[in-house]
Design a protein around this ligand. Sequence first.
Ligand SMILES: Cc1ncc(C[n+]2csc(CCOP(=O)(O)OP(=O)(O)O)c2C)c(N)n1
Length: 671
Amino acid sequence: MCGSLRLLNGPVFSEAIILTGKMDKNRLKEGIFPSDIKNMSLHELELLCDEIRAYLLETVSETGGHLASNLGVVELTVAIHKVFDTPEDKIVWDVGHQTYVHKILTGRGAYMNTLRRFHGMSGFPKREESAYDTFDTGHSSNSISAALGMAAARDLRGDNYAVAAVIGDGAFTGGMVYEAMNNAGVLDRNFIIILNDNGMSISRNRGSMSQHLAGLRTSPKYHELKSGVKNGLNKIPLVGGGLARGVSHMKDAVKYMLVSGVLFEELGFTYVGPVDGHDLESLIAILEDAKRTDEPMVIHCITEKGKGYRPAEQNPSKFHGISPFDRETGALKKTASKPDYSKVFGKKLTEMAVRDDRIAAVSAAMIDGTGLKAFEETFPERIFDVGIAEEHAVTFAAGLATGGFRPYVAVYSTFLQRAYDQILIDVCMQNLPVTFCLDRAGIVGADGETHQGIFDLSYLSHMPGMTVLAPSDRTQLENMLEYSLTLDGPCAIRYPRGEAAELTDFAQIPYETGDIPGPRLLFSGREEPAQSPDDIEEPMTPEKTPDVCILAVGTMVSAAVYAAIRLQANGIRASVIDAGKVCPLSEQDIGFYKKEGRAAGRVITIEDNVTVGGFGSIIEDLFAADPSVTVHKFGWPDAFIPHGSQAELMKEYGLDAAGIADRIMALAGED
Ligand SMILES: Cc1ncc(C[n+]2csc(CCOP(=O)(O)OP(=O)(O)O)c2C)c(N)n1
C-alpha cells in the first residue's frame, strides 16, 4: 500500500504522486470506467486512489460538497468497482453523499466541475444520470431495505447478480436499518451490507449502536469468512487450537472468542471484520470472498473520514459538507457577514433556556447544522442528540412534553418528512407542547431534489392543533420562539437556509421584540387621499385602492416587497402583507385578509413551498365563495426541484422579485 507524506504547511499528498510524478488526473477527466480497472495491478490501483484524492480536492474545493466522506471511501469504492461487475451487480449507496468517487469511476469524472451546480451533475446518485446509479438516495438509512428488495426481485426472476448496500455508521443509527435487518434475517437473501465505519456521523456519532461498533473496531482483526473459520481459529494467538477444539459450533466460537459481530450474527448475518477500509489488498480479497458466498453478510470496514487531506482529517465535521474553500489552508472562500437563521435560533433558544428550565432541545444528528452547539455547551443535560432517527426524535420529544418539559425539536424540513405520523398522532392528537424548529425550509439549493424543504407547509398545516409560523426576518424568528412558549399545543416554526434577513429597513411597521405572529401590512399599495384641503391646491380625491394584494410567507416577503417596488414603477399598485402565521387563522386574521383582498380584487400568495396544500391553498379556500376576488398561488410546482443555487432556482421558477413582478404584470395584462 502506498504510504502518505504529510507536508507541514499544506494538504497531505501521497508519496507515490510526489515521488514518481506518475499522476494522471486527465484520465479521470476523460472518463474512466469499471472495465478500465479490472486488470489493473494492486500498485496501479493504489496510484489511482491517489489520483482520485487529488482530483476530489481540486474539484470539490471549487464546487463545494461532501468532501470528507468521499475522501474516506476512495479505496473502498475502487475495491467495489474492481470486484463487482457493475452495473449488472447492484450497489446501493446510503445517503449517497459519498458517491463522488463512484461517479468518477463510472465515466463521470469530466463533470466533477459541475457538481451540485445548476444543470450540472448531482451530488447524489441519480438513476436518470447513470446506469451505475441503482437507487436515488439522499435521506439516510434506507439502503438495506432497497438492497434487500433488489435481492428479492433478483431471486424471483431467477437472476444471479450481486447486491450490496454501502452504509455509514451514522446512517446505521436510523430505524429503517433495523426494520430491514429484521426482515433480512427471515428472507435469507444473498446480499451484502458494507458498513463504512468512521466513527462519525456529521459530527461524532452517538448512541449505543455506535458504542457497539466502536467495541468491534478495537477487537482482533478477523477477515476469514465462516468457511475458513476453523483454520483461522487455530492461528489466532491467545485463543489457539485448544479452545477451537472445545467449541462445538463454529458460529459460537466466532461469537464468544472473537466477540465480533454477535449482534449481526444473531440477526442472521455473517459478520466479517473489522477490516482496514484503506487497505486495498485486504478489501479486494474480502469482497471477492463475499461475492462468492451466498448468504446475508455484513462486512465491517474501518475508514477515516477526510483521509488524505489533513484539514479534513483534523476537522471532518467542517469538511462533511463544505462550500468552496482554499485547498492550501482549508479556509472557506466566502464567509457570511450576517448570522444565519440557525445561529439566531440556537442563540435565542439558549437564552430562553436560561430563564426557563423546562426547555429541552432534541436533535437528530444535526446539532451543528441546526445551530444547537451553544445550547449543547450550556445545557449538556437538556439536549438530546438521538442520532439519525427523526421518527424517534419526535415521539421522544412527545414523551418529554408529557413529563412537563417544553421540547424544541430542531430538524431540517426535509428530514422531518420521515416523522409525519409521529407528529400527527403522538404530538398533535395529544395536543402536546412540542415546538418543531424547521431549518432549511424552502429551497435549499445545491443538495437538490431530496433536500428541498418545500413540502412542510403542506404536510403540517392540515394537522389539527398545529400552529405553523414562518418568520421573514431574524427578529420575527426570535419573537416566534418566545411566542411558541406561550402556546399550550404543538407549534412549527420554519425558516430558510442562509443569512437571516433584517426587514426593518423597509417595513412600514418595524418588527419589534414581543410582537405576536400574525399578518401585517408592509406596503399598503394605496394612494392616500389628501388629508386636508389646505395641504393641496387640488380638491380632495378618494383613496385609490391597490391593484393587487400580495400575501407573502417567510423568506418570500423580501422578494414580494422588491416586486412591489418594481410594480409601482410600472404603474401597478401592490399591497404587501407578511403572513407570519400560516395557520390557524384567527377571526381577526380572516377579517384582515378579506378586507385587503377585496380592496384589490386580486390576491397573489407567495410561498417557498409547493403551491399544493400550502398557505396559498388556505387563502384560496378563504375566498372560494367570493367572486369579487381572484387568488393566484405562486410557489413551487407539484414536482421535485433539482439542484442549483437558491437564487438560480428562484429565478428559473419565477420566484425572484423580477419574476414575481413579471408574472403579476402578465396577469394584469390579461384583464
Ligand atoms: C433522514 C436523514 N437525516 C439526516 C440526514 C443528514 N445527514 C447526511 S449525511 C449524515 C451523516 C451520515 O453519517 P455516515 O452514514 O456515517 O456517513 P459519513 O458521512 O460519516 O461517511 C447526516 C446526518 C440525512 N441525509 N437523512
